[in-house]
Design a protein around this ligand. Structure first.
Ligand SMILES: Cc1ncc(COP(=O)(O)O)c(C=O)c1O
Length: 365
């Protein structure tokens, strides 16, 4: 059995360290707002390279607060990709803005910059690119082509902790970066968690209040806020796992290379392409094939896991059918929804297993 993702192997390798830190947390009983939370915020600010970080309850909250801090609301437009997890879209809906989709690039699976430019209007307040599957969007190229400082860029870094563009870490290239620590992410905790990164003191101060019931002084509430905290247990786990992120991302890229070598030049199999000048951290290794369903079924027969991220382009989601009424067809996003397949990918995956997976795929063609 080869799972699509295996958290057990990672836990086994960290068990001693994690137990030791958790015992300290339990004995201090400082479960909310303790020293591990401060430490992970500082550690991630240093790692990503931004002045400020704000931990919160999830990547979804991070995106929601980022949009709110930019004062985006009804009448404003936010350009994003239709090929992403629903949270990216939900955050835009939460603030009452209009989502405007720009189709993706079939090679990188990322939002296409030229398509973004075609969608910019006088109402565009922000662009929300997603570094899909760990592959960075070239935010510097986007900024240059946009040539408009009043349109803000929020990076959805949920799948891309440690990825780089022009040797700069994602989350520090746009105006605000939003991370998820969902357990299966490249840097994941053992529950829910998120982080916001920014160089702006204004956004920092606003989000600090938003995530704490609208308050900067206890029991005094300046704005209507939310309860969104990263707890001490999750922060302790993240501080341990952060030490290994580069090593683990390197293992992921090595695994991707093995897949690339094994699956190259096969008819009907398209391999993921890295963004130029970027460091792809392979949250997922996702191929595209018109034989996707056959390949998936055959992998299952051989007890090999795989996943379809994502089977429905967002403009076609039931909940948004009446809301999103631009009636536009996003050809590439819909094509990938029918053909994409994420193969097993995690740092502890072995070369032997990858070769076995690729052999099953080759025999299916
Ligand atoms: C692209 C993307 N954005 C946002 C999120 C939301 O993160 P969370 O699950 O922590 O709310 C995810 C998580 O799956 C994601 O993949």
């Amino acid at each position: 059995m080869i799972p699509q993702f295996d958290l057990k192997k990672e836990y086994a390798s960290l068990e001693k360290e994690i137990r030791c830190e958790l015992i300290k947390v339990f004995s201090k009983t400082n479960f909310i707002g303790g020293e591990n939370v401060k430490l992970i915020e500082n550690n991630i600010a240093n790692y990503i390279g931004t002045k400020y970080t704000l931990s919160c309850n999830s990547g979804t909250d991070a995106l929601h607060f980022a949009l709110k801090s930019l004062d985006i609301s009804k009448g404003d437009e936010v350009i994003t990709t239709p090929f992403t997890f629903i949270s990216t879209l939900e955050a835009i809906m939460y603030v009452g803005a209009k989502p405007v989709f720009a189709d993706i690039d079939l090679n990188t699976y990322n939002i296409n910059i030229n398509n973004i430019l075609k969608k910019v209007s006088k109402n565009t307040k922000a662009i929300l690119p997603v570094h899909m599957f760990g592959n960075p969007v070239d935010i510097n190229a986007l900024k240059q082509k946009l040539n408009n400082n009043s349109i803000k860029i929020i990076e959805d870094c949920a799948q891309s902790f440690g990825a780089e563009i022009d040797s700069q870490r994602v989350g520090s290239v746009g105006d605000i970066g939003c991370f998820s620590f969902y357990p299966t992410k490249n840097l994941g905790c053992y529950g829910d968690g998120g982080m916001i990164t920014t160089d702006s003191e204004d956004y920092y101060n606003h989000i600090k209040k938003l995530k704490n019931h609208g308050s900067s002084k206890k029991y005094h509430h300046d704005i209507i806020g939310y309860n969104s905290r990263l707890d001490e247990i999750q922060a302790a786990i993240l501080n341990i796992k952060l030490k290994y992120i580069d090593q683990n991302n390197t293992l992921r890229t090595k695994n991707a290379e093995i897949y690339n070598n094994q699956l190259t030049n096969l008819k009907d199999i398209y391999l993921p392409q890295k963004t130029k000048h970027g460091y792809h951290v392979y949250h997922q290794y996702t191929i595209s094939s018109i034989l996707r369903d056959k390949i998936k079924a055959n992998l299952e027969k051989h007890e090999i896991g795989s996943a379809i991220y994502y089977p429905v382009s967002l403009e076609k989601q039931k909940a948004y059918k009446d809301i999103y009424n631009d009636h536009e067809e996003f050809k590439n996003s819909n094509y990938l929804a029918k053909t994409c397949l994420s193969l097993p990918m995690f740092p502890h995956l072995t070369e032997k297993d990858i070769i076995k997976i690729c052999d099953v795929i080759k025999k299916t063609l």
